[in-house]
Design a protein around this ligand. Structure first.
Ligand SMILES: C[S@@+](CC[C@H](N)C(=O)[O-])C[C@H]1O[C@@H](n2cnc3c(N)ncnc32)[C@H](O)[C@@H]1O
Length: 291
């Protein structure tokens, strides 16, 4: 495979700093270590080294989605690759799936969703803030080289009755996903998966209890994943000293069929779980005076 005009290229400098460029005949990429001519890359085999005008070597590779997402422009905070990969798994996505997401933010998760469902699937993304929707559109278009025809971006807050019905999965990444459970229910096919991503424990509790209180989904399950990178040099083999200790929590549940109620839980909540100081939503089978 050789590089061609229009390709995205990731240049890595000697300090391992990444720069992503789109190849254009005659164009020049200026860095503080000299200029790199796009024409020196076009036609070269993939995974090559090009020199800038001041003799600094740059490694040129086609970026994979993870590289691109971490270096692309941002409006809102993005979902990191480790969480995007978990979401894809928890939502049971595959080639041809139909997915609804809100909010699209910078489009990071959107890119993973589109990549997994492929051209046979569809992704519909709602984004309440038009300026963030523009960022998402730019990022998605740059990655694919065009706006995917199977992607619908709606620059509005998710309404109670979204344009998509019969969806295989709904993914909510916003401050208050519990406000959108009605929308998720209307959009999902029975058995469809709802995945909510939230950053704080208070949001996590509100999300889980609201899902239970709605009585319209299966028992929610929540997870958090920590990614620890390692230092590997000769005999010095150990975890890196610093890590990104927190990104977010994921909650997954499935839409029940119309008119279906969950069988009563055999296991009762822990004593005091819904005691007097608990003020959030209550599961249908837990009385307001439970202690
Ligand atoms: C953390 S960002 C999403 C990041 C995105 N998932 C990504 O990976 O780039 C949360 C976004 O949700 C949007 N938002 C909040 N409430 C919304 C709603 N009810 N409907 C649609 N978008 C909403 C916000 O404007 C914000 O852009």
């Amino acid at each position: 495979m050789t590089f061609a005009a229009g390709d995205l290229v990731q240049l890595t400098d000697p300090r391992r700093k990444l720069h992503t460029i789109t190849l254009e005949p005659g164009a020049v990429f200026h860095t503080h270590r000299g200029a790199v001519r796009h024409d020196d890359i076009i036609g070269a085999p993939e995974a090559t080294v090009v020199a800038s005008s001041d003799g600094t070597d740059y490694l040129a590779l086609k970026p994979i989605l993870e590289d691109y997402v971490l270096s692309m422009g941002r409006g809102a905070a993005i979902i990191y690759p480790k969480d995007a990969a978990s979401i894809v798994g928890l939502a049971g996505l595959r080639f041809g799936s139909r997915v609804l997401e809100a909010g699209a933010g910078s489009g990071a998760l959107t890119l993973y969703l589109l990549s997994v469902v492929g051209p046979q699937g569809t992704v519909t993304s709602y984004e309440a803030r038009p300026e963030f929707a523009d960022v998402a559109r730019r990022n998605v278009t740059k990655w694919f080289g065009h706006e995917p025809p199977n992607w619908t971006l709606v620059p509005e807050a998710l309404p109670a009755h979204p344009v998509v019905t019969g969806a295989d999965a709904v993914v909510l990444d916003m401050l208050e996903p519990w406000e959108c459970l009605e929308a998720a229910w209307h959009s999902l096919a029975p058995g469809g998966r709802l995945v909510c991503y939230v950053a704080t424990t208070t949001q996590l509790s509100m999300t889980v209890e609201s899902v239970r209180a709605s009585g319209r989904f299966t028992e929610p399950r929540s997870t958090e994943s920590l990614l620890r990178t390692w230092h590997l040099e000769g005999l010095a083999v150990r975890p890196d000293h610093s890590m990104n200790g927190h990104t977010g929590f994921l909650t997954v549940c499935r839409r029940l069929g119309d008119g279906v109620t969950l069988p009563v839980r055999k296991r009762r909540p822990a004593p005091g779980a819904y005691g007097p100081s608990y003020t959030g939503p209550r599961p249908p089978d837990v009385a307001a005076d439970a202690d």
